[in-house]
Ligand binder design. Structure first.
Ligand SMILES: Cc1cc2nc3c(=O)[nH]c(=O)nc-3n(C[C@H](O)[C@H](O)[C@H](O)COP(=O)(O)OP(=O)(O)OC[C@H]3O[C@@H](n4cnc5c(N)ncnc54)[C@H](O)[C@@H]3O)c2cc1C
Length: 386
């Protein structure tokens, strides 16, 4: 029996196509001016200066109220802007988490003072946030976290160790998930709380973790008796689980879940030329139909967000399909363009570098933001299958 599932098709209204053209014009001009290089994994490229340019266009905090520095536009408009930025391989990582999930979290659960303090700075591209959920033995099973917040005069003392914290070394704030009362086996989701932590506070150590591609994108973050004032608690003490669940739907809903290898697909199309052989035609045709389907599904998710729905099951489905798509592209590219043909490419041709990068990053896609097995469990439950 279906418990809740809805991904109705939505037509793209004309004013959104005009907005899409505005974003493309901006990106063309910035690219021509040399302010960014197209990176197929632009979502993972951190460039604070470029983020401020995006902010100046009004493209951060697009759906937030004006009183908090937002622009009161729709989730559909935000979708179009983010899709274009990602498809162009623009470096968007600096503001991405704050725009995608920390801002909506504060709007839903934050205090008035928190909204007024952080949202305008985020929308201006001046305040960057990382997410401190995972620990070494608590990734999928987030309720088992051991980072502990103990009440003290006027606040909390926090000790523990977070891992895989993307861009903690460049962010100003962490959205920290910590246990505020002892683990209760019968009520595992109780007693966890979210905090806003300044990453330059005493007692915080950030150590790099180098990924498979040799890049420094995530970190280990150690908290040693860090004093966090009471006004940094997000929502009510103990309500962290419900808040995080809402946040994860935002985290999984966007086109960043299936546009990571888009640049490789475009190059593949170009290199196949106007008369590809049958094998190439089949591989590329399959990828392009999947791309279009994911685009339609993701746009529907934006429609649900726009109605104030939290599409947890639908987002899990799109993320899982999107992760598979992002892994399929480099594999198809390897089959279509032979190793001999790749070796013959001139040094200045970016295809080899793009493909190498896509292959090295591909294993991370079905892990970050919720693993494949966990997502499929959520989907099965949502469809009433377990
Ligand atoms: C590139 C990248 C960036 C990340 N950035 C951040 C970040 O900024 N902040 C943050 O907090 N975290 C971040 N993470 C961590 C990420 O959220 C976790 O890696 C993820 O949730 C999985 O947790 P884990 O690594 O502990 O694996 P585990 O939970 O130990 O899972 C290991 C394997 O067991 C499977 N498994 C686990 N439980 C079950 C189950 N019940 N049923 C079936 N199979 C199961 C999983 O699917 C997986 O295959 C990042 C991870 C990556 C790869």
């Amino acid at each position: 029996m279906f418990t809740s599932f809805s991904l109705a098709g939505i037509e793209m209204p004309e004013h959104l196509e005009r907005l899409r053209e505005d974003v493309r014009r901006f990106l063309r001009a910035e690219f021509a001016a040399g302010s960014y290089t197209r990176d197929p994994a632009g979502w993972d490229r951190y460039d604070a200066a470029f983020t401020r340019k995006i902010a100046a266009q009004g493209w951060i905090g697009m759906t937030w109220p004006r009183v908090y520095g937002g622009h009161e536009r729709t989730s559909l408009e935000r979708y179009v802007v983010t899709e274009e930025l990602l498809a162009a391989g623009a470096p968007v990582r600096a503001h991405w988490l704050a725009d995608r999930q920390f801002g909506p979290l504060l709007l839903a659960a934050g205090s008035e003072a928190q909204k007024r303090t952080y949202l305008p700075r985020i929308a201006a591209g001046e305040c960057f946030v990382c997410v401190g959920m995972s620990e070494s033995d608590s990734g999928s099973d987030l309720a088992s976290i051991r980072t502990r917040a103990t009440p003290t005069d006027g606040g909390w003392r926090i000790s523990g160790r977070k891992v895989w914290t993307s861009y903690a070394h460049k962010a100003h704030l962490m959205n920290l998930f910590a246990r505020t009362s002892p683990y209760d086996h019968d009520n595992r989701h109780a007693g966890v709380t979210q905090f806003i932590v300044d990453l330059d506070w005493p007692g915080i150590t950030i150590n790099p973790i180098i990924n498979l591609a040799g890049d420094h994108d995530f970190n280990e973050v150690i908290f040693d008796d860090v004093l966090v004032p009471d006004d940094r608690v997000i929502g009510a003490v103990g309500s962290g689980w419900t808040q995080v669940s809402g946040e994860l739907a935002h985290e999984r809903a966007g086109s960043e879940r299936w546009l990571n290898a888009y640049g490789v697909l475009v190059h593949l199309l170009d290199s196949a030329g106007p008369h590809p052989d049958r094998g190439a035609l089949e591989q590329i045709g399959r990828l392009v139909t999947h791309l279009w389907t994911l685009h339609r599904m993701s746009f529907s998710l934006a429609g649900l967000l726009n109605q104030g729905v939290v599409p947890a099951v639908e987002a899990a489905l799109v993320k899982d399909l999107g992760n598979q798509f992002d892994q399929d592209i480099p594999e198809a590219a390897r089959r279509v363009v032979s190793a001999e043909a790749r070796a013959r490419l001139p040094a200045e041709d970016p295809f080899n570098a793009m493909l190498d990068r896509a292959l090295l990053y591909a294993p991370s896609y079905p892990i970050r933001g919720g693993t494949r097995e966990i997502l499929r469990g959520i989907i099965a439950r949502g469809l009433g299958l377990r």
